[in-house]
Design a protein around this ligand. Structure first.
Ligand SMILES: Cc1cc2nc3c(=O)[nH]c(=O)nc-3n(C[C@H](O)[C@H](O)[C@H](O)COP(=O)(O)OP(=O)(O)OC[C@H]3O[C@@H](n4cnc5c(N)ncnc54)[C@H](O)[C@@H]3O)c2cc1C
Length: 378
C-alpha cells in the first residue's frame, strides 16, 4: 500500500492550503456570523481548478488522484469548513454525473462545473427519510417525452445556489431502493422552489434548504438507467465519505496546531501550561487521533484509487475521522480555557463545524452498520 501523492496533486493541495490559511481563514468568522454563502472563496477556488479537482481532464477538470482530492478537501477545511462543505456538495453532484452519466451529459455539464460556471447540489434526503433514503417518496412520472418530478427534498446543501441538482426519485412501483432513478434537474428551467436557509449550528456558510419539486425534466437528463439510480447514490456517497473524512483531518489539524501554540504561550501557576503533564497528555492523544484519522483517510483514498468498491474503507475513515475531529476540537477548546469559549478565537467554531461530520453523508451509527454488514458478510 503506497500513500504517495503525485507531484501535480501535491502542488495544488499546497496552493489551496496556503490560500486557505491566508485568505479563507481571515474570512471564516464573518461567514460564520452572517451565514452568507462563501461566494468569493468558491470563485477564487474555481480559478485554481478546485471545483474540478475530481473531474478528469478530458471533461475539463484537474483529474486529481483520490489522494489529491482528499488533500484539497483537507486544505480547504483548514481555512473554512463551511466553504469545504459547499464545494463538497458540488463534488457529490459532479461525481454522480461521472458515475452515472453518458458522454453527452458529461460534456454538457462537467467542463462548466469544473470552471465553477455552474454549481451542483445533491438531493437524496427527504423530510421522512435521511438515514434510510430507500424510503423516499419523491416521484418521477413519464410526461411529454420526459419526466415530471414531484416531491420534497430536505437539508440540501447549495439547494438555492445550485444551477443543477442531482435528484433521486421513485420512477417505478417497486419497494425500497428498487425503482429509484437519478435525474439532472437544471434549476433555470423552473419548477424547484427553495425555503429560506435552515438555521444551523456549524458550517453556517454552507446553507441547507428544503426544496419543493414540481418540474419537468427532459429524457436526456436521466442519469444512468431508469430504476438504477440508487446504486449511483450509494457509489457517490462512498466518495463523499472520504471527502468528509478529509474534512475531519483538516479540522483536527488546525485545532491541534492552535492548541500546541497556546500551550507554549499561556502561563498558569508561573509555568507555561504546556509544561503540565495534564496538557501534554491531551496534546499527545489529539496527535495520535489525528494521525490515525489521516491514515484511515489515506487508506480509503488508496482503496478508491484501485478501482472497484471501497465502501467499508470509506465508512471506516468517515466514522473515525469525524469522531476524532469532535474530540480534537473539543480538547483544543479546553486547552484554550475561557478564551476558547469566546468568539474572539476560532476554537468554538471548530467545535461547532466538526459536529456535522458525524451526521451528514451517513451518521456514525450508519457507518457502523455499513462496517458491520461487511464484517458479517466476509
Ligand atoms: C448540514 C447538513 C447538510 C446536509 N446536506 C445534504 C445534502 O446536500 N444532500 C442530502 O441529500 N442530504 C443532506 N443532509 C442530510 C443528511 O445526510 C441527513 O441528515 C443524515 O443522513 C441523517 O438523516 P436524518 O437527519 O433524517 O436522521 P434520521 O435518519 O432520522 O436518524 C436519527 C438518528 O437515528 C439514528 N439511526 C437511524 N437509523 C439507525 C439504525 N438503523 N441504527 C442505529 N441508529 C440509527 C441516526 O444515526 C440518528 O442518530 C444534510 C444534513 C445536514 C444537517
Amino acid at each position: 500500500m503506497e500513500f504517495e501523492i503525485a507531484p501535480d496533486d501535491a502542488a495544488l493541495a499546497g496552493e489551496v492550503r496556503r490560500y486557505a490559511r491566508k485568505v479563507m481563514a481571515a474570512r471564516a468568522a464573518r461567514i460564520d456570523e452572517s451565514g452568507a454563502f462563501p461566494g468569493d472563496n468558491v470563485r477564487e477556488l474555481a480559478a485554481m481548478g478546485v471545483l474540478g479537482v475530481n473531474i478528469p481532464s478530458e471533461y475539463g477538470g484537474v483529474g486529481a488522484s483520490p489522494f489529491g482530492i482528499a488533500g484539497v478537501m483537507e486544505a480547504m477545511t483548514i481555512g473554512c469548513a463551511a466553504t469545504a462543505a459547499a464545494v463538497g456538495a458540488h463534488y457529490l453532484a459532479t461525481d454522480a454525473v461521472l458515475i452515472g452519466g453518458n458522454d453527452e451529459q458529461k460534456r454538457r455539464l462537467l467542463p462548466r462545473a469544473a470552471r465553477g460556471e455552474i454549481l451542483g447540489a445533491y438531493a437524496l434526503t427527504e423530510p421522512r427519510s435521511g438515514s434510510d433514503p430507500a424510503g423516499m417518496l419523491t416521484r418521477a412520472t413519464l410526461e411529454g417525452g420526459g419526466f415530471r418530478i414531484r416531491g420534497t427534498k430536505h437539508f440540501i446543501t447549495n439547494g438555492a445556489e445550485a444551477d443543477f441538482i442531482v435528484t433521486f426519485a421513485r420512477s417505478g412501483n417497486e419497494p425500497g431502493s428498487k425503482g429509484v432513478s437519478a435525474f439532472i434537474v437544471e434549476t433555470a428551467a423552473g419548477g424547484v422552489s427553495a425555503s429560506a436557509p435552515e438555521p444551523v449550528m456549524g458550517i453556517r456558510g454552507s446553507r441547507i434548504y428544503e426544496l419543493a419539486f414540481d418540474c419537468l425534466v427532459p429524457e436526456t437528463n436521466l442519469l444512468g438507467e431508469l430504476g438504477r439510480g440508487f446504486k449511483i447514490a450509494m457509489a457517490v456517497l462512498d466518495r463523499g465519505r472520504v471527502d468528509v473524512a478529509a474534512m475531519g483531518v483538516g479540522l483536527g489539524e488546525v485545532a491541534l496546531d492552535a492548541a500546541i501554540a497556546w500551550s507554549k504561550e499561556r502561563a498558569a501557576f508561573s509555568h507555561k501550561i504546556g509544561e503540565y503533564q495534564g496538557i501534554q497528555w491531551m496534546l499527545a492523544d489529539m496527535a495520535v487521533s489525528l494521525e490515525a484519522a489521516r491514515l484511515l483517510t489515506s487508506k480509503a483514498a488508496w482503496a478508491r484509487g484501485k478501482g472497484g468498491r471501497f465502501t467499508k474503507e470509506a465508512a471506516m475513515a468517515k466514522l473515525f475521522a469525524s469522531e476524532a475531529a469532535g474530540k480534537i476540537t473539543d480538547l483544543a477548546l479546553q486547552i484554550h480555557g475561557g478564551f476558547g469559549y469566546t468568539r474572539g478565537l476560532p476554537l468554538e467554531r471548530y467545535v461547532r463545524d466538526a459536529r456535522i461530520l458525524r451526521i451528514f453523508e451517513g451518521s456514525s451509527e450508519i457507518q457502523r452498520n455499513v462496517i458491520a454488514r461487511h464484517l458479517l458478510a466476509d
